[in-house]
Design a protein around this ligand. Structure first.
Ligand SMILES: [Zn+2]
Length: 417
């Protein structure tokens, strides 16, 4: 597809059209689902590689399946600015989540190449093969390889059909061996920075009437699993004061989490899974299990909330005469974005005629992995239709995509390692 500069919003149009074309590849006929190394995933990778080549990038597929396109500087000794995002999706996901951060830079490099413009550093666009963790229940596989943090034990993990990750890699033509993956780790001394463009996946920009946002930090989450144990007993014969109802106790705990996590602007707390194992309509619940996910824009705010939640839940359990077992299943630190890069992005947004808004990212992104080895920043683009994401309704306008591309173009022109 050629970007016709005569039409209105040529870059935005190319981005939105390609997002639609890429969504034709799916594991499921009636929904957009692209999980790691399936035939649809490989077809999407091939399409991205073709667009990269068309744009003048040198393209390679690396040992974890990332499609890496390089726009080389005239100076071979120059450092590398990496940009990118993921092209896998959740089940029944949206067309822009992750993909925007691949398609937008490709369109911008195509524009640079047409003008014969080179950059004083190497620019690499990495289409990350895996971020969402759907097929092998482990997320950020692709970006962790670039920072030397790929967990090799995962190669023997099986998917729902009993296929190991190693076998899936080999079936996709990848080496599927530890040495090749270890070799993907980048030398931090050769990296200039990492910038990721992503759809906001929330309603903040939409509510404020602003097209673009500058991410201040990527929230790290603390996840816990809670098991409440009471006494299962007959629903008809156990008087209310004599019950030790695990589900009623869990309900009070869930409300306590909601109340505590409403007390700071960037703080959020979610109970996304609740279950009464072996429950029945005529049995007072003897056991209730639920998940807890707590995030905030900074670790101190989040950890203070976690401490309070743990204390409050234990107090509820004591008062109700039930046992509570809390196990922490995940703790990821917040990844702050680089102040220098945030300033630069903000200047680019202002030059494009928009008002920049700084906001934290409540969702995890590949940028939080890259932040371990280089300075990072993120450009958020307004999410339409109420800000809904991880949903087929996820959408953005051609005008917003165009503006984001113009800002990205300005950024790569003005960025210096
Ligand atoms: Zn994403």
């Amino acid at each position: 597809m050629l970007v016709d500069s005569q039409t209105e919003n040529p870059l935005g149009r190319a981005i939105v059209e390609r997002a639609e074309l890429l969504a034709a590849h799916s594991d499921q006929p009636d929904a957009l689902t692209v999980t790691y190394l399936t035939p649809a995933h490989r077809a999407a990778a091939a399409q991205i590689a073709a667009w990269m080549r068309e744009a003048g990038l040198q393209v390679q597929v690396d040992a974890v399946g990332n499609v890496v396109g390089r726009y080389a500087s005239a100076d071979p000794e120059a450092k590398t600015l990496i940009t990118g995002s993921h092209f896998d999706t959740v089940r029944n996901g949206g067309r822009f989540d992750g993909r925007l951060g691949i398609l937008l830079p490709i369109v911008v490099v195509d524009d640079l190449r047409r003008r014969g413009e080179r950059l004083p550093y190497h620019l690499e666009i990495v289409a990350f093969a895996e971020e969402e963790g759907v097929r092998f229940k482990s997320s950020f596989l692709a970006s962790s390889a670039l920072v030397g943090a790929f967990d090799m034990a995962l190669l023997d993990r099986i998917d729902a059909d009993g296929v190991t990750m190693r076998a899936a890699m080999r079936a996709a033509g990848l080496p599927g061996d530890e040495a090749a993956i270890a070799a993907l780790a980048r030398d931090p001394a050769r990296l200039a920075a990492y910038i990721e463009v992503h759809i906001e996946q929330g309603p903040v920009l939409l509510d404020r009437g602003l097209p673009l946002g500058v991410v201040t930090s990527i929230a790290g989450s603390v996840r816990m699993s809670a098991t409440v144990t009471g006494v299962a007993s007959h629903a008809g014969t156990t008087p209310m004061p004599m019950r030790r109802d695990a589900a009623a106790a869990a309900a009070e705990m869930i409300l306590a989490i909601e109340r505590r996590c409403s007390q700071a602007p960037t703080l959020v707390g979610t109970v996304g899974m609740v279950g009464v194992p072996n429950g029945a309509a005529n049995v007072v619940p003897g056991r209730c299990e639920f998940s807890i996910d707590i995030r905030a824009g900074d670790d101190a705010t989040r950890d203070a909330a976690v401490d309070d939640v743990v204390r409050e839940l234990n107090a509820i359990a004591r008062r109700r005469g039930v046992a509570l077992d809390l196990a922490q299943t995940m703790r990821v630190p917040c990844a702050p974005c680089s102040p220098r890069l945030m300033d630069l992005l903000e200047q680019c947004i202002a030059r494009a005629g928009a008002a920049p808004l700084r906001l934290p990212s409540g969702a995890g992104h590949d940028a939080m992995i890259l932040q371990r080895v280089t300075e990072v920043c993120m450009l958020f683009v307004r999410c339409g239709d109420g800000g809904i994401s991880h949903n087929p309704r996820e959408t953005m306008t051609v005008e917003d995509a165009e503006l984001a591309a113009r800002v990205f173009l300005d950024f790569v022109r003005t960025f210096r390692p």
